[in-house]
Design a protein around this ligand. Sequence first.
Ligand code: HEC
Ligand code: HEC
Ligand code: HEC
Ligand code: HEC
Ligand code: HEC
Length: 243
Amino acid sequence: MQTKVILSVWFSFLMLLFAASCVKEGPQGPSGTSGTNGTNGTNGVNGLDGAEKCSACHASNTDLYAKQLQFSNSIHRIGGNFERNQASCAICHTHQGFLERLETGALATAEDVKDPTPINCRTCHMIHETYDITDYDLRTTAPVTLINGGTVDFGKGNLCITCHQSRPYVVPVVGSDSTVISSSRWGTHHGPQSALVFGLGGYEVPGSLEYTSSPHKDVIPDGCISCHMANAFGDSGGVIPLI
Ligand code: HEC
Ligand code: HEC
Ligand code: HEC
Ligand code: HEC
Ligand code: HEC
């Protein structure tokens, strides 16, 4: 925008100069006063100029490097299963699929994900959306309605639960021969942690005693991250070297 204005001012100036050079010159007038210096451009977010905004994260401290180090050691980075880029897997296994799912709410991407990337800083944070410190905000903290039913709320841990939940499945009827195992991935899949912590989706043997849930989940407001992202030990974040 500014560049356009400057260009058109220059253009008008050149036109005037051209026009002026065609007429007969009169005596020279007095010099004008100097203009004021321009200010650094802002991008309208918080009034800081570009360099100040970037240095909220890209600075001489090691805050960013520490997180990169911990992340590079996590299964999200090194697990390698992000080649699961088919539409129904990509929503949890690839960065691109997860972002698409947050936007559409669908349980599959519209197409297989081309050039898949593993989960990374940009998957969980808003990196380079506004280019200021709020880029570290989490992509989602909304309570999650699980694919197999039940709404759970673990605060910041809801980000994790969006993926770490069972895929759709039908509980087999005991003694029946009607259950068809349709693939090697039939069943809850590998991410039933949220259902487990909240005591949802388990098989209940009919009987006289009611099933109750443990109160553990009520004393850890941010759930998953309270344990898995506790203070780092060396290059590992959390109680176990994984986020
Ligand atoms: C909220 C913190 C934050 C702010 C503000 C921020 N960045 Fe980044 N930047 C990051 C993170 C996180 C990464 C990714 C690091 C990784 O993948 O290991 C990154 C990566 C980069 C990279 C490497 C290439 C890439 O995209 O991975 C460049 C270059 C960069 N940023 C430039 C900038 C510039 C220029 C600005 C300001 C206009 C800026 N950043 C503002 C956090 C930030
Ligand atoms: C975008 C979906 C997604 C999100 C969000 C997500 N995960 Fe994961 N997580 C995965 C997938 C997929 C794997 C397996 C990666 C692989 O094997 O390549 C995994 C692996 C893990 C592992 C390692 C499991 C193992 O077998 O060693 C842990 C622990 C974990 N995640 C915890 C978390 C926590 C805590 C959060 C929230 C901060 C979180 N995850 C957010 C999808 C996700
Ligand atoms: C709702 C989210 C979700 C969907 C959809 C999903 N996965 Fe996963 N998957 C996970 C999570 C979370 C883990 C890691 C959990 C852990 O290690 O405890 C995982 C782990 C895996 C693993 C590593 C464990 C192993 O067996 O070696 C493979 C392979 C895998 N998934 C394949 C697939 C395939 C293939 C599909 C599609 C048919 C798929 N996943 C769909 C969430 C999902
Ligand atoms: C699986 C999701 C996930 C990934 C991937 C991830 N983070 Fe985070 N990050 C979180 C969560 C959740 C928190 C909040 C932890 C808390 O509040 O205790 C967090 C906190 C942070 C913080 C502290 C922010 C603040 O407001 O104090 C920084 C800095 C950060 N992450 C940087 C990174 C960088 C850099 C990367 C990539 C190298 C990265 N994260 C990858 C989920 C993730
Ligand atoms: C009270 C602390 C705590 C909470 C809350 C918690 N976990 Fe865990 N989690 C653990 C511990 C401890 C282990 C076992 C670590 C081991 O075996 O090395 C574990 C294991 C796991 C594993 C398997 C890791 C592996 O190496 O196979 C995954 C994946 C996981 N948790 C994800 C989650 C998710 C997602 C949530 C939130 C729904 C969650 N956890 C909540 C402490 C916790």
